[in-house]
Design a protein around this ligand. Structure first.
Ligand code: C2E
Ligand code: MG
Ligand code: MG
Ligand code: MG
Length: 278
């Protein structure tokens, strides 16, 4: 009857709310065991020069495949990992895995390769981070300047003094620093002067509309010029078309990453890719 419909509506509403929460909890529960079950791996996307399309390094990107959930995007699980603190063990694993991988590649590589690892805000502020990095560098004999850490502006925005000290601690280990998703964080530009970073990565959102939208071109050009003025390298993310690349070449942007050159590849494909495109 009519009462049933109202009832059903209420149940439907609360059931779907439960489902959403349930899904998040399911993801979290699975994520908790993902490490020990060996469900995580890293893939590597080349970073190349704009001028000659020479490979200058790779970015390590986390992948998760779960028997029940299938492949889950880092855009979905990294925020959950960050919120729950699971990013700390997962992030340490990523660092260690990338360094281990560099050592495993050594004998198969035509020249030493640089790998960039993403660091979440929580991981950046973790007390034990410096010890973890130092241990990984020593254990896997990672060369000076071969490891780079990508940090988003948001991680750098609070507690300036602490952030500054932490960045210097990382630099003192011979590890380079890049600011990821640059241009999306609303932070003051003053910090660029002081922080020991060597690279800015222009967010994909601005690159996407290059060649179509003049405002995006204006923003990218400003970032490229800003970087040049501060003697920083600048990398454009998410380059998919020749026309985007042509605009970046015109602007004298240093490097790019994107599907145009290559999607992220499996670890064992890296030596061949480097030999082919080095
Ligand atoms: P990000 O660090 O800005 O990484 C770039 C993302 O853009 C990657 O997505 C990459 O696959 C994608 N991409 C590269 N070229 C293109 C292109 O031409 N077109 C398009 N449409 N996309 C492109 P992915 O691997 O899904 O990672 C998404 C985000 O998840 C990363 O953004 C990063 O914030 C986070 N993430 C990934 N791996 C890790 C990790 O190991 N630790 C942490 N803390 N975060 C990670
Ligand atoms: Mg990144
Ligand atoms: Mg990025
Ligand atoms: Mg991005």
């Amino acid at each position: 009857g009519a009462g049933g419909e109202v009832d059903d509506a209420v149940h439907f509403f609360s059931a779907s709310r439960h489902t959403e929460l349930g899904q998040r909890l399911t993801v979290e529960a699975h994520l908790r065991r993902a490490l020990e079950r060996g469900e995580l791996r890293l893939v590597y996307q080349p970073k190349v020069t704009v001028r000659e399309q020479r490979v200058v390094g790779f970015e390590a990107l986390l992948r998760w495949t779960n028997p029940e959930l299938g492949t889950v995007s880092p855009l979905d699980f990294v925020p959950i990992a960050e919120r729950t603190g699971l990013i700390l063990p997962i992030g340490s694993w990523v660092l260690e895995q990338a360094c281990r991988q560099m050592e495993q590649w050594t004998s198969r590589l035509v020249r030493p390769v640089k790998v960039a690892v993403n660091l979440s805000p929580r991981q950046f502020h973790q007390k034990s981070l410096i010890d973890t990095i130092r241990r990984c560098l020593a254990q896997y004999r990672v060369g000076e300047g071969c490891l780079e850490l990508e940090i988003t502006e948001t991680a750098l925005m609070s507690r300036e003094h602490e952030v500054d000290r932490r960045l210097h601690e990382i630099r003192e280990l011979g590890v380079e620093l890049a600011i990821d998703d640059f241009g999306t964080g609303y932070s003051s530009l003053a910090y660029l002067q002081r922080f020991p970073v060597s690279r800015l990565k222009v967010d994909r959102a601005f690159v996407r509309d290059l060649g179509r939208d003049e405002d995006s071109a204006a923003i990218v050009l400003s970032i490229v010029n800003l970087a040049r003025g501060l003697k920083l390298q600048v990398v454009a993310e998410g380059v998919e078309t020749e026309s985007q690349l042509a605009v970046l070449r015109e602007m004298a942007c240093d490097e790019y990453q994107g599907f145009l050159f290559s999607k992220p590849v499996e670890a064992d494909e890296v030596p061949a890719l480097l030999a082919r495109a080095g």
